[in-house]
Write a protein that binds this ligand. Structure first.
Ligand SMILES: Nc1nc2c(c(=O)[nH]1)N[C@H]1C(S)=C(S)[C@@H](COP(=O)(O)O)O[C@H]1N2
Ligand SMILES: [Mo]
Length: 325
């Protein structure tokens, strides 16, 4: 298998945001035929709505340092900011991707605490601003591949999950990390119903959690995370399907057993715990061989481990990757 190694180029050196905005308007004009997305696209094209400033104070600038390791960031063209922030999966708010941004506008992301507990020497509760100040923030440009068959390239801002885990001193018995999104039906309208078993839960094996690619993101495009992208703190695991990258996290718990995870519990025959991107293993209802990069016309081949095989394949030595996990 041919694996392309991503190069380290700062997103700001790749393509100015304005070029992407223009391209997006052009593409939307061309593709605006007979779909909900098209209706939205036409509206944006004629209303100039994709240039509208966010309501309220909006995302704040973050200071970043260069990534610690060159292969940790890709040089592929970035997905347009408006697509990254208006084509979202965040089922606590809506199942309609284009509605999430509006629904998430009022989410209160301060004050916000994150508990890290379980099999650790020093269980701790952190204020999210303390975390943001504590670690040097890196810009990491990662591909994001959703299990639904679309993908984006996003310039995240964050720090390695490993840095946080070190602070709590994992015990020898710890083998997994469980993550939970905030449970607050007053703020998340769909948590008042039973669409999923709330709160949204995800998990990683401890070695996956400690891998240098595994990021806790606090921003994107150089600014704090928009609410719809999982403010104030979300996980990003670029070699796994997007549903592993849990948003608006309030708790991490180290455990000795594989934790419950939302999508695996909801539809066990369709979603596994590992959920590594694999073009050779079809979803029961569709092929995973190709994907639609948001902003492009033609589908492109999906890469093993979403193009991160060089860095992560060794984590799964001895596991049958064709088996459904
Ligand atoms: N809490 C929570 N986290 C979540 C989801 C969700 O519905 N709720 N959706 C997941 C899915 S399916 C994807 S593809 C990504 C989408 O992230 P984005 O909207 O920032 O692109 O978030 C993931 N994290
Ligand atoms: Mo997804």
């Amino acid at each position: 298998m041919l694996i392309k190694r991503p190069a380290d180029i700062k997103s700001s050196e790749i393509t100015p945001e304005s070029v992407y905005r223009n391209r997006r308007a052009f593409m939307q004009g061309l593709t605006a035929v007979g779909s909900l997305a098209a209706t939205t696209g036409l509206y944006y094209l004629f209303a100039g709505a994709n240039r509208r400033p966010p309501a309220g104070p909006g995302p704040q600038p973050l200071t970043t340092v260069a990534p610690s390791d060159r292969p940790l960031t890709t040089d592929e063209p970035l997905t347009d900011y408006d697509d990254v922030t208006h084509y979202n999966n965040f089922y606590e708010f809506s199942t309609a991707k284009h509605d999430v941004a509006d629904e998430a506008r009022a989410l209160a992301t301060r004050p916000w605490t994150v508990v890290v507990d379980g099999l650790v020497g020093r269980a701790r509760t952190f204020d999210v601003d303390d975390l943001i100040r504590r670690f040097p923030l890196e810009e990491r440009v990662y591909r994001l591949r959703c299990v639904e068959g679309w993908s984006m390239v996003i310039p995240w801002v964050g720090f390695a999950l490993a840095s946080l885990l070190k602070l709590v001193e994992p015990l020898g018995a710890a083998r997994f990390v469980a993550f939970e999104t905030l449970h607050d039906p007053r703020q998340f309208p769909l948590q008042r119903g039973r669409l999923l078993d709330w709160p949204y839960r995800e998990g990683l094996r401890l070695d996956e959690a400690l891998h240098p690619l595994t990021l806790l993101a606090v921003g994107l495009y150089g600014k704090t995370l928009p609410n719809q992208n999982g403010a104030p703190l979300r996980l990003v695991v670029p070699w796994k399907y997007g549903f592993k990258s849990i948003k608006s996290i309030v708790r991490l718990t180290l455990t000795d057993h594989m934790p419950r995870t939302t999508w695996r519990e909801a539809v066990p025959r369709e979603y596994g715990f590992y959920a590594n991107v694999n073009p050779q293993v079809s979803h029961p209802r569709w092929s995973q061989a190709t994907e639609r990069r948001i902003g492009e016309f033609a589908r492109r081949p999906t890469l093993m481990f979403n193009g991160y095989a060089d860095q992560v394949a060794s984590l799964y030595a001895g596991m049958d990757l064709r088996k459904f996990y």
